[in-house]
Design a protein around this ligand. Structure first.
Ligand code: UDX
Ligand code: ADP
Length: 464
């Protein structure tokens, strides 16, 4: 198929965890479209063009390879690509603001606004702009105003198409999503733009999963979906603390309540805490929005979910400290996992960061092991780097350790030879299973003192 024959020219600004996989899937499923992904980060673009993609995501390389060079292109050149495209997805980062009004809660929109201005100055024809990044409600309207304040007589229509993919399962989620949400203004031009975007996804997704709404509902739904998911985790984590006090087992409680079809069994795994680039950021965005409208009780309700998560992380470190006779100073502690969940190299907002920091403050000798995330961990922990040891091999990480803490639920940690690990550890040897993935009884029989989340501790001596 020659380039002239492409029926749509799509551009995506931002080649990160969202933009890269989403565009790769569109290109793979729609060979009739030309899809270009641009980023200001040259190194990232080079990586997307190679076999060493900038993010680890199971199955992604195959999808990229299917389309790359055929109808999927990566570039750092913005201006001409803007000119050439009819549809522009914007998928740049929207971190939480660290300064000024709304600091710590609202989204920092400077990258988004810069994109809007770049598009406006380069464009020579009307375009549909698709919000992919998670943004505060009403951003689309603000951006449309900026874009349409142009002297070229150009018309821009902004559509919201929030991304619901989860990392580690991005390819599966994009291939077979529960739903795709497309929000637009309900004017004639808004509805036309909406239909253009629906048409893209209809190439491989059944129509009943393509949901449309007004702009604000689409923007709000993303924040609410993530807040509801996080709320379930904080709810079960709060119960895990109680389980430890009353000798209940949080997995049994999860199973029992999850069988109720009204509750459902997903997102009920108690853990060391939720991480990732979305949950905390989106809840705080929602909190800020509520505060802006004077809905203080609503804001406080949602903010408590973040506080419960922080409590769970703190509780985990306190359990380690208390179990190790109230001092971790100079003790070798092996953290198994640094990624915020399994099957990703992403460490954004990982509980591992907080746990490492707290252990370092107590002058512990921390050894970090992770099959994919060590590179990112080193960046996150650059302030401590000369004091932290990184060891990809979990057996070596645990050698002479006083304790192991499971932070990420990587499959490989379930399959290790814990007898061998135990034989090389200091005594008494401790294991803190922050993900409840191990066979606790077996570990206890090997000789470990075992501290799961939300389950009775299995220890070989009397706990004071
Ligand atoms: C989330 C949403 O799931 C996705 O729809 C949205 O687009 C982006 O945010 P992601 O952050 O990639 O995706 O991962 P997710 O699987 O939701 O896990 C988030 C965190 O919650 C992880 O740290 C995970 O380990 C933790 N988690 C998840 C639990 O602690 N318990 C659970 O039962 C489920
Ligand atoms: P997400 O998880 O939302 O995809 P990432 O941080 O992984 O977020 O990706 C966002 C990407 O957007 C980064 O690679 C960043 O370099 C890129 N980016 C930010 N601003 C611009 C811009 N003005 N033009 C092009 N790319 C940008």
């Amino acid at each position: 198929m020659s380039k002239e024959k492409f029926t749509k020219k799509i551009l995506c600004i931002g080649a990160g965890y969202v933009g890269g996989p989403t565009m790769a899937m569109i290109a793979a499923r729609c060979p009739q479209y030309k899809v270009t992904v641009v980023d200001i980060n040259e190194e990232k673009i080079k990586a997307w063009e190679s076999d060493e993609l900038p993010i680890f995501e199971p199955g992604l390389l195959e999808v990229v390879k299917e389309a790359r060079g055929r109808n999927l292109f990566f570039s750092t050149e913005l201006e001409n690509n803007i000119k050439e495209s009819e549809i522009i997805f914007v998928s740049v980062n929207t971190p939480t603001k660290t300064f000024g009004e709304g600091a710590g809660k609202s989204a920092d929109l400077q990258y988004w606004e810069k994109c809007a201005r770049d598009i406006r100055s380069a464009a020579e024809s009307d375009k549909i702009i698709v919000e992919k990044s998670t943004l505060p409600v009403k951003t689309a309207i603000a951006m449309e105003r900026i874009l349409n304040e142009n002297e070229k007589g150009l018309k821009f229509e902004v559509v919201s198409n929030p991304e619901f993919l989860a990392e580690g399962t991005a390819v599966k989620d994009l291939e077979n999503p529960d739903r795709v949400l497309i929000g637009s203004k309900e004017t004639e031009s808004g509805l036309n733009a909406r239909n253009e975007i629906v048409e893209i996804f209809a190439n491989w997704i059944p129509h009943d999963r393509l949901i449309t709404s007004n702009l604000m509902s689409a923007e709000l739904s993303k924040l609410v979906a993530n807040s509801f998911l996080a709320q379930r985790i904080s709810s079960i984590n709060s119960i895990s603390a109680l389980c430890e006090k009353v000798d209940a087992n949080v997995s049994e409680v999860s199973r029992a309540i999850g069988k109720d079809s009204r509750i459902g069994n997903k997102f009920l795994h108690a853990s060391v805490g939720f991480g990732g680039s979305c949950f905390k950021k989106d809840i705080l965005n929602l909190v800020y929005l509520c505060e802006t409208f004077g809905l203080y009780e609503v804001a406080a309700y949602w903010e408590s979910i973040v506080k419960m998560n922080e409590y769970q992380e703190t509780r985990f470190v306190q359990t380690i400290n208390k179990a190790l006779f109230n001092t971790v100073t100079n003790k070798r502690i092996a953290l198994f996992g640094f990624a915020f969940k399994a099957n990703t190299s992403d460490t954004r907002e990982s509980p591992a960061f907080y746990i490492t920091k707290k252990l370092m403050e107590e002058k512990a000798h921390v050894v970090i092991s992770d099959p994919k995330a060590i590179k990112n961990a080193k960046v996150d922990l650059k302030d401590f780097n000369n004091k932290i040891e990184y060891e990809i091999d979990p057996y070596k990480a645990a050698h002479h350790a006083h304790a192991i803490a499971i932070i990420t639920e990587w499959e490989l940690y379930k399959e290790l030879d814990y007898e061998k690990i135990y034989s090389n550890m200091e005594r008494p040897a401790f294991i803190f299973d922050g993900r409840n993935i191990l066979d606790h009884q077996k570990l206890f029989e090997i000789g470990f003192n075992v501290y799961p989340i939300g389950k009775p501790h299995l220890i070989h001596f009397n706990e004071s």
